[in-house]
Design a protein around this ligand. Structure first.
Ligand SMILES: Nc1ncnc2c1ncn2[C@@H]1O[C@H](COP(=O)(O)OP(=O)(O)OP(=O)(O)O)[C@@H](O)[C@H]1O
Ligand SMILES: Nc1ncnc2c1ncn2[C@@H]1O[C@H](COP(=O)(O)OP(=O)(O)OP(=O)(O)O)[C@@H](O)[C@H]1O
Ligand SMILES: [Mg+2]
Ligand SMILES: [Mg+2]
Lengths: 151, 165, 165, 151
């Protein structure tokens, strides 16, 4: 129903603005909902403005900036309605060192809300968390070892 | 409520039966290129009812069954089981644990199980309804897909918010 | 034969005139997310005649012109010039250096230059013929595009080999 | 013409087999050309078999494996017909540590054949080469500094 959607959207937007303010220092982001009776015509637009920049179109942002926008959107929805788990498969691949730390901080903030499973080649990422699983392939067959790390 | 165990049998590169024990908090998977990390995510998506084989990086459903290796012949069926902790009764069932299982034979025959009992895909969807896992588009960021997710049309994006409402 | 200099004026984030000196061998660009590294590659592709604005991550050609920032107003035109070393006479011209330049006004007016003389896109293509730069599909791996390049159809892929023949 | 294409293809195939043998230890790779009078029906197929694996379809390979296959194809064509320069924009993003070293070795082998311009966030990659350019953004305006490094 319209009321429920606009109410939920408002909360997600507040969360999105909060997370983008951390991921883009002195920048800001917000979401806009264009409601219509016809579900196929409803739209949700994303606006982000990093500090000092005037760029408006999403596809003019860089690979790393798009990763941050996507993470902000995902976690904004998560804060409103957490799901049993969330999975991030090398979501940190395009990030520079500075943003890699932001990525780890964001996950640490959320790990109380729901279980997080992540895959990464960045030592800085996987060494920050308590349960590590090693995966290997021998003779064309995958094996998984649990390397439970002490806190 | 969290994923407690994952059992994988002959799904993609998992030629040997594999059991993974999970915990609440963050679990990080590491390993060399091509060892099978993303295949674990594909196994989870498939078990939760994914119908599009392209979302699992295959062309036909058969591609999901272990095709053999230098050490072993191709297998006849693939099976993945997820066991959830249900102590907070997120699933409207009176059990401490809830299990979902999916099996696929090379013949194309597919079967679903809930707590060991044969069931339909519809039942699985019903079970997942209010858990955030009915529609995975916002719980999973697949490898290399961030660009594509962000360039989706403004009208496609609205589904995420509707799902959350 | 190599790229000796690149001059960028008001192309994407390059609000100030930028001159980059290159050398033979390997040049590595480093910098934080969103600082303008991939925009340098877009500037090179555009200068060599790229016609599809989607290949330059824009929606309209106008997106390529500096749209202003907290320090400056939007600019009226964008210009990129590439200066090649021609000591091995890879370009069939009697000069030690060969320069290609492209300029775009907000009005949509576009102009090309070869060694400072106004010319057409056709002339630029003619010049690039046997340098491997006429068709960039095999000289440039753009950010995040490996998956897409590899999943191209077998019949699309043949173009790469024909170009090399 | 057919003769020229098949001859060039044979050389590229030989190069591809050689490079894949280095990138996939004990593995092998080859290319197949299906010629037809009608240019639209000509096909070039890629076959790679890492050690111990039976997988045939390209899209069943992993993100990192696809990167290696792509690099092998690109450099195989390059060996036959170098172009003035080649550009790699974060082509190493999906690679693990072991393959990152292979990536650097492959580029070092080619730097004599043509100029290479690359972008990377991996220290292991950019520290291996002699010319480094720092790019920064201040107040929404990009700047480039040359940090020419001694051999
Ligand atoms: N049906 C199948 N039978 C056997 N093996 C398969 C099958 N499908 C995929 N594989 C194996 O899975 C591998 C790819 O695994 P996956 O994509 O999970 O790697 P990854 O660990 O995510 O690597 P990366 O770090 O490069 O992303 C292939 O190389 C292949 O060996
Ligand atoms: N027309 C324009 N006018 C002004 N700035 C622009 C314009 N188009 C793009 N930009 C700027 O370019 C930035 C993106 O630059 P680019 O994609 O080159 O980053 P990058 O260095 O490759 O980053 P990453 O490491 O994340 O890939 C945008 O954030 C924006 O500030
Ligand atoms: Mg993977
Ligand atoms: Mg970039």
């Amino acid at each position: 129903s319209k009321k429920l959607l606009t109410k939920t959207f408002k909360v997600i937007n507040k969360n999105f603005a909060q997370i983008t303010a951390t991921l883009f220092p002195q920048g800001r982001g917000h979401l806009e909902l264009e409601y219509s009776r016809n579900p196929a015509e409803r739209k949700a637009k994303i606006f982000v403005q990093p500090q000092g920049k005037q760029v408006k179109k999403l596809n003019l942002f860089s690979g790393g900036e798009k990763t941050l926008i996507m993470l902000a959107l995902m976690f904004a929805i998560f804060m409103t309605r957490p799901s049993i788990f969330c999975i991030l498969d090398e979501a940190d691949a395009a990030l520079d060192d500075e943003n890699l730390s932001q990525f780890v901080k964001l996950i640490e903030k959320f790990k109380g809300k729901s279980q997080v499973l992540l895959i990464s080649h960045n030592r800085k990422t996987f060494q920050s968390f308590e349960y590590i699983y090693g995966v290997t392939m021998r003779g064309g067959i995958s094996k998984v070892f649990s390397l439970k790390v002490d806190e | 409520m969290y994923l407690k165990k994952l059992h994988i049998k002959s799904f993609k590169g998992f030629g040997d039966k594999t059991e993974i024990q999970f915990y609440e908090g963050v679990g990080a998977f590491v390993g060399p290129n091509g060892c099978g990390k993303s295949n674990i995510i594909d196994a989870i998506k498939w078990c939760l009812g994914e119908q599009k084989v392209s979302e699992l990086r295959g062309e036909r459903m058969e591609d999901l069954i272990f095709t053999g290796s230098s050490l072993s012949q191709p297998h006849g069926f693939a099976e993945v089981e997820m066991i959830f902790d249900n102590s907070t009764k997120i699933f409207e069932l009176p059990y401490q644990e809830v299990s979902i299982k999916r099996r696929l034979y090379r013949s194309g025959e597919m079967s679903y199980f809930m707590n060991g009992l044969a069931s339909r895909l519809k039942d699985i969807h019903g079970l997942l309804e209010n858990t955030g896992l009915a529609d995975l588009s916002y719980s999973i960021i697949a490898q290399g897909k961030i660009d594509k997710m962000l360039s989706a049309d403004d009208s496609e994006r609205i589904i995420l918010f509707e799902e959350a409402a």
